[in-house]
Design a protein around this ligand. Structure first.
Ligand code: FES
Ligand code: FES
Length: 190
């Protein structure tokens, strides 16, 4: 069947088996390997992309139901070759350790900040609660998001945005994963 959508602003039209998953399309058909597969069953968040601006798990989302959608991957958020404040902060603040979870973390954080430019730590943790970091770098990940916020706001030192370690440390994740998997793409905004 023919499936058409945009990926990072580029129109794509593909002949796909109806059972083809979006992650397979991104990684194997389009060679956009920034989106990772950490579990293949909606439990880790490594495959998070944006579908019409909303986070979605590409590992269990049928490509066919994305027909007509606007898909954004980690490869598509830098502008003119310059990393976004979020991407820079993950590197600067140690939010990326082995880096395997990082694309999904960045995309989930981007979805939050696009919707809420001044989130609380609790709101950040809730937004990232479906993303597992096997390096357990949750303190640094939270610090990365806060540092990106500080940069975006023109605040002084990113280091001043360091969170209370007790708020996020010593845990498997930021909290229980919300039921985030889309069975159909979220509606387009505007
Ligand atoms: S690869 Fe783990 S949620 Fe998709
Ligand atoms: S940085 Fe290694 S899994 Fe998160």
């Amino acid at each position: 069947m023919t499936t058409a959508f945009t990926v990072n602003g580029q129109p794509r039209r593909l002949e796909l088996d109806p059972a083809t998953l979006l992650l397979e399309v991104l990684r194997e058909h389009l060679r956009l390997t920034g989106t990772k597969c950490g579990c293949d069953d909606s439990s880790c968040g490594a495959c998070t992309v944006l579908v019409n601006g909303q986070p979605a798990l590409a590992c269990t989302l049928l490509a066919a139901v994305c027909d007509g959608a606007r898909i954004t991957t980690i490869e598509g958020i830098a502008a003119d070759g310059r990393l976004t404040a979020l991407q820079r902060a993950f590197g600067r603040m140690g939010g990326a350790q082995c880096g395997f979870c990082t694309p999904g973390m960045v995309m989930a954080a981007k979805a939050l900040l696009d919707d809420n430019p001044d989130p609380s730590d609790g709101e950040i943790q809730a937004a990232l609660s479906g993303n597992i970091c096997r390096c357990t770098g949750y303190v640094q990940i939270l610090a990365s998001v806060r540092a990106a916020l500080a940069e975006a706001a023109g605040a002084a030192a990113a280091g001043a945005a360091q969170p209370d370690a007790a708020a996020a440390g010593g845990r498997r994740g930021f909290g229980p994963a919300p039921p985030r998997q889309a069975t159909k793409p979220p509606a387009a905004h505007g």
